[in-house]
Ligand binder design. Structure first.
Ligand SMILES: Cc1cc2nc3c(=O)[nH]c(=O)nc-3n(C[C@H](O)[C@H](O)[C@H](O)COP(=O)(O)O)c2cc1C
Length: 170
């Protein structure tokens, strides 16, 4: 289910010691959400379970970031990234997310776990500026070429660093 919520300028934030945790099946459907996620996102546990995380997708997030996320975790690697999310009331909150694949006894990917914590304000500022540029590039490229255009902006910003090195230095 995609959200039809209108974004507002009200910002919420995680406490310094808070962790948001969710788990999904291999298709990305939420199978577990901790109390802090439920409180911040503003959806009931019933609304969240079985939904995709795009229920909290913020329109300011570039598509190419999620493309990279799915590519990375789909090949069994860990993904780290700054994400702006939108709660049910339209307010937003930034997180530093680490998404890792969960494996079954045969080592096949059975689902994913995401743990998010409060990002440093300077990193949010940098990520926010970068995402605005990526989003603008995606919009002007048009639907078909959007992902490539956003990814090209990201590659330029990375300036030879690996994605992970770049993100952790923001
Ligand atoms: C474990 C896990 C956690 C995710 N967490 C978020 C999240 O916090 N916010 C978000 O917008 N998308 C998150 N996603 C990505 C969404 O599945 C989705 O790709 C994204 O919201 C873009 O939506 P769309 O593919 O419908 O455009 C997560 C995916 C996984 C597998």
């Amino acid at each position: 289910m995609k959200s039809s919520v209108a974004p507002s300028n009200i910002e919420r934030s995680l406490g310094d010691d808070d962790f948001i945790v969710t788990k999904t099946d291999a298709k990305g459907r939420i199978t577990y959400a901790n109390r802090i996620f439920i409180a911040l996102a503003g959806y009931s546990e019933t609304e969240l379970l079985g939904s995709q995380h795009n229920i909290i997708r913020h329109p300011d997030m570039p598509r190419s970031v999620f493309k990279l996320l799915w590519e990375t975790i789909g090949t069994g690697q860990e993904f780290i990234g700054y994400v702006k999310n939108m709660a049910k009331d339209g307010s937003f909150y930034w997180v530093l997310a680490t998404v890792t694949p969960d494996r079954d006894a045969q080592r096949a990917i059975a689902g994913y776990t995401s743990v998010r914590r409060k990002p440093r304000p300077e990193a949010v500022k940098a990520a926010s500026a970068l995402y605005q540029t990526m989003l603008a590039a995606e919009r002007s490229a048009g639907t078909r070429d959007a992902i490539d255009a956003g990814a090209a902006v990201l590659r330029t910003a990375m300036n030879g660093k690996s994605y992970e090195q770049f993100v952790l230095a923001l």
